[in-house]
Write a protein that binds this ligand. Sequence first.
Ligand code: 2AM
Ligand code: CA
Length: 260
Amino acid sequence: MKETSQEIDNFLVDLLSKVGQSLREDVNKNKNIDTKSGPNDLVTNFDKSTEKNVVGIIKEQYPDATIVSEEGYGDDVTSMKGLVFFVDPIDGTMNFVKCHDSFASMIGVYLDGKPFVGAIINVMENKIFHGGPELGVFENERKLAAPIDQTLKDGLVIISAPMVLADYDNTQEVVGKSSGLRVLGCAGLVFEHLLKGQEVIYMSYLRPWDLAAGRVLCETLGLAVVGVDGQPVNMLQSQVVIAGTKNAVSDVLKTVKNSK
Ligand code: 2AM
Ligand code: CA
């Protein structure tokens, strides 16, 4: 493996800072908006153009890597062997369209199936969270300390609104056992909050590109990322994911077990 994690980290920070600069201009422009799986699953011309650009740059720099990406410019990836990049060009497209704020762009990199490097840009605040197991986690240039391992009752939780409304996986009981519920509508920003210790749990149905970068950064800071069965996540599948402090994740796993 010739590329080091530090080289890839530098590459991701440089790439996402350019993506961020473009998206801060695009956010106020007219957009072509389509729906995908349902009326609340949006895609714009900017999701597509950003992904096309990012995938092209990754392929030029890392021709042997494979790319899993949201809008179809990546590869059909069936194996985690070698270097695999996961790209979410705009995470929180609904916020991008409706709020003009609170959206992210994310790239996670895995080497032979293991978390290697991840980067998330909070676009409107121009903050990049990046790093990996060999590097630590940084907010721009500042190294972050591991969050305190708080329990569920001592912390706030972020759970996707559809899951709580449907009481899917007993999520209403999880909320009841916590200090309270917050909802952000952008996985990348939720990972930012977890890394800073603002909430102790994130629970949502996530696709590979929603999860990849955040998982690298969370695990690097000692946070747990598991499926509802408590088992490791499969990076090539969509699944309900529980991420957070080890204590709070263990509390949540006991509660979701009681779901009908
Ligand atoms: P996106 O904007 O990249 O689609 C909103 O609650 C969060 O969930 C966002 O991070 C959003 O990512 C993601 N999301 C939106 N629709 C989804 C779906 N149908 N399945 C899984 N994740 C989804
Ligand atoms: Ca997206």
